[in-house]
Design a protein around this ligand. Structure first.
Ligand code: HEC
Ligand code: HEC
Ligand code: HEC
Ligand code: HEC
Length: 154
């Protein structure tokens, strides 16, 4: 899925470059961001090639659906604005110690993985529900581990 998206984007870029002379490279945010936060000692799951541009341009998400300030308030961003990385606030990339009792909100605040899962899966579930998609619908936004994390190769 990730690879396909890149190939499609590359093809679109090439077509534009040839027909209109538009240069696609060099925009501030990469169209596809591999979500591989380096603070993790190890990634146990496959890395997601996150189609940042498609989410903002085609899937109807606004910047503030994902980027917020230090109070959690959605940010009103425009193209070219810089953002803080999620891990700067949702800092913990280690494993949750056994027996640690946290409320859901506290877990999301503390653990990077929980924050990302809540954000991504939360919206995908809402979207699928609104669209009437069942879990296995090929058009559904991914909500299961294997649909989101590609199979690990190395
Ligand atoms: C909607 C997409 C999505 C789904 C569904 C999802 N994840 Fe993730 N997961 C992410 C993202 C994004 C990260 C953050 C990766 C990063 O920034 O390094 C992440 C991080 C992780 C991490 C920490 C990094 C690592 O590789 O060890 C683990 C463990 C993990 N996910 C396990 C799971 C499991 C288990 C499931 C199913 C119960 C699941 N994920 C479902 C998107 C998803
Ligand atoms: C669906 C969620 C989502 C939407 C919508 C979204 N972003 Fe992002 N954006 C992310 C994630 C996740 C990252 C990676 C953050 C990290 O590494 O911690 C990111 C990264 C970025 C970066 C840093 C890119 C880099 O290569 O370092 C910028 C700048 C940015 N986003 C701006 C925007 C702007 C402006 C909008 C609206 C036009 C937007 N984003 C919409 C989720 C989103
Ligand atoms: C500047 C610090 C900061 C950054 C950067 C940040 N967050 Fe947060 N986030 C917060 C705070 C503070 C809250 C808690 C708000 C509250 O308690 O209502 C929060 C809450 C959340 C929640 C829970 C929302 C809810 O309504 O329950 C999710 C999910 C989340 N963040 C995901 C992300 C993702 C994904 C990124 C990166 C794209 C990110 N955060 C970047 C500070 C940050
Ligand atoms: C505000 C809503 C929203 C958020 C937040 C969101 N997504 Fe999505 N995402 C969508 C929608 C809608 C689709 C399905 C679009 C379609 O199929 O028409 C989608 C599709 C996808 C797909 C499959 C299609 C593709 O572009 O590769 C992946 C993978 C994905 N999202 C990953 C993520 C990850 C990882 C995050 C968190 C960093 C995330 N999404 C956050 C709305 C969202």
């Amino acid at each position: 899925m990730g690879k396909k998206a890149i190939i499609v984007l590359a093809a679109v870029c090439m077509a534009l470059t040839f027909t209109a002379g538009i240069i696609c490279a060099g925009s501030t945010v990469k169209d596809v961001i591999p979500l591989k936060t380096p603070e993790y000692a190890e990634h146990t799951k496959g890395i997601i090639e996150f189609s940042h541009k498609k989410h903002a341009a085609e899937y109807g998400a606004s910047c503030g659906d994902c980027h917020h300030d230090d109070k959690g308030k959605p940010l009103d961003l425009k193209e070219g604005d810089s953002v803080q990385r999620c891990v700067e606030c949702h800092k913990e990339t280690g494993k949750k110690p056994k027996g640690e009792k946290l409320k859901k909100k506290e877990k999301i605040m503390k653990y990077h993985k929980e924050a990302l899962h809540a954000n991504c899966i939360g919206c995908h579930k809402d979207f699928n529900k609104k669209s009437g998609f069942k879990k296995n619908d090929p058009k559904a936004a991914p909500t299961t581990c294997k649909d989101c994390h590609p199979k690990k190769e190395k």
